[in-house]
Design a protein around this ligand. Structure first.
Ligand code: FE2
Length: 361
C-alpha cells in the first residue's frame, strides 16, 4: 500500500527531508512511510513453509547423543527446527518452538521450571519417564505429555536404549512478550519411581468424571493423553461416518483436540494440540488460518500442500505452516498426523480467522 502524496516543489522536498532527519534524530518514525508493512491487507509472515524429514533429524540427534552430554547448564539435548524465513532464530514459526529431544540409555535430564509452556509428543519408543512436579509420567508411542508453565520437570531414561521425541513450546511468544522466567530445580531426580500410570492420570483420566476433592488446577491437571484413547476416539469417528452418523470434520477426516479435563478448553494455555486421521483416499479442504502451526506425521503417508510448496510426507516428518498459508492434505494410504498451533493465543486476543475453500467437485 503506497500513500500518494501531492506534487511538491524542490523547496518543499528539501523541507520534508529536514523533517525526516528531525524525526530520526528524535527516534520517531512516520506511519505513512511504513503502513504497508505494519498493516498488511492479509498476514505477510516472514516464516516460510518448511519440511523437516525424520530420516534427517533422527540420525543427527543420535550423533548429538554420542558427542554432547546432557546435564545441568545445557539442561536438555534438544535440537530446534529453525525456520529459514526467521534467520538467526531457532524458531519453527514466530510463536512456536519445535525440537527433537534425545535421551540416551540411563541418562537423566535435571529438573527445572519456566514460564514457557511445553509438551512432548512421542512418535516412537518408550522407556523414559518425565517427572512433572515429582509425579512420574511414562512416555510411550503416540502419547502427548504436558508440562504447563512453571511446573518442575525432569526426564530419565530407565532403559538401555535411547529415546527421541518432539518437544513443542511457546518460547518465541514468551520471548516476544518478555515474559520469560526460569528456575533450576534440584540436581538429583525427585523420584525414580516408574509407575505405568501417573498420579494425575489416576485422578483425572476418567472420561467425564471430575474428582471433587482435587485442588482447583491452574493449568490442565492431566499430564498424559494416551495413544490408546486417541486412537479409539479417531477410529470411532470414522466408524460412525461409515454408519451414516456425524462426528468427522469433513468426509474421511477425523480430528480430536486434547483438552483440559477441568475446563474442556485447550490442554495448554498458549498451544492447541490435535490429532488428525485421514482415511485412505481422503483429502482435506484447503484452509487458511490466522496463526501458525507445526505438524508431525505419526503414521501413514500423504501429500501436503503448504502455500506453494508440496511435500510427500511419511512417518515422523514435520512441517511448518505459516499464518494464512493455504494448507491441504491428501492420502492414498491413510494418514495420522499430530498438529500443534498457537490458536488459543489468537482466540484469547480476538484475532482468530479461518478461511475454507470448498473443494472442486
Ligand atoms: Fe524445560
Amino acid at each position: 500500500m503506497n500513500v500518494q502524496l501531492p506534487e511538491i516543489t524542490a523547496e518543499e522536498q528539501a523541507q520534508l527531508q529536514e523533517l525526516y532527519k528531525a524525526f530520526a534524530a528524535a527516534h520517531m518514525t512516520p506511519l505513512w512511510t511504513q503502513i504497508g508493512g505494519l498493516m498488511p491487507v492479509t498476514p505477510q509472515p516472514d516464516a516460510v513453509p518448511m519440511l523437516w524429514r525424520w530420516s534427517t533429524l533422527l540420525p543427527l540427534a543420535e550423533r548429538a547423543g554420542e558427542l554432547v552430554p546432557v546435564g545441568r547448564g545445557g539442561e536438555r539435548r534438544a535440537i530446534a527446527l529453525a525456520n529459514p524465513g526467521l534467520p538467526g532464530t531457532p524458531y519453527a514459526t514466530p510463536t512456536l518452538w519445535a525440537a527433537i529431544q534425545y535421551l540416551g540409555p540411563r541418562e537423566e535430564a535435571p529438573a527445572h521450571r519456566h514460564t514457557q509452556t511445553a509438551f512432548r509428543f512421542v512418535v516412537d519408543g518408550e522407556g523414559v519417564w518425565t517427572n512433572v512436579e515429582s509425579d512420574p509420567v511414562a512416555m510411550r508411542r503416540g502419547d502427548l505429555l504436558l508440562t504447563p508453565s512453571m511446573h518442575f520437570h525432569e526426564h530419565h531414561n530407565t532403559t538401555d536404549h535411547p529415546m527421541a521425541w518432539i518437544d513443542g513450546l511457546d518460547i518465541p511468544l514468551v520471548r516476544q512478550l518478555d515474559a520469560g522466567f526460569f528456575e533450576f530445580g534440584p540436581d538429583e531426580l525427585g523420584t525414580r519411581e516408574t509407575p505405568a500410570v501417573s498420579r494425575n492420570e489416576r485422578l483425572w483420566a476418567h472420561p467425564g468424571l471430575t474428582p471433587i476433592g482435587a485442588p482447583p488446577p491452574k493449568a490442565s491437571p492431566l499430564m498424559a493423553y494416551r495413544w490408546e484413547h486417541t486412537d479409539a476416539a479417531l477410529a470411532a469417528q470414522l466408524e460412525l461416518e461409515e454408519e451414516g452418523h456425524s462426528g468427522v470434520v469433513e468426509p474421511g477426516h477425523a480430528v480430536v483436540r486434547f483438552t483440559n479435563p477441568a475446563t474442556a478448553g485447550d490442554c495448554l494455555s498458549t498451544i492447541r494440540c490435535e490429532m488428525h486421521r485421514l482415511r485412505a483416499g481422503a483429502r482435506t479442504a484447503v484452509t487458511r488460518t490466522a496463526g501458525s502451526s507445526v505438524w508431525q506425521v505419526f503414521e501413514g503417508s500423504g501429500l501436503v500442500r503448504v502455500g506453494d510448496e508440496r511435500y510427500e510426507v511419511g512417518k515422523g516428518d514435520l512441517f511448518a505452516v505459516p499464518s494464512w498459508a493455504a494448507l491441504s492434505l491428501t492420502t492414498e494410504t491413510g494418514l495420522d498426523a499430530f498438529r500443534f498451533g498457537d490458536d488459543p493465543v489468537f482466540e484469547a486476543l480476538g484475532l482468530s480467522r479461518v478461511h475454507r475453500e470448498e473443494l472442486p467437485q
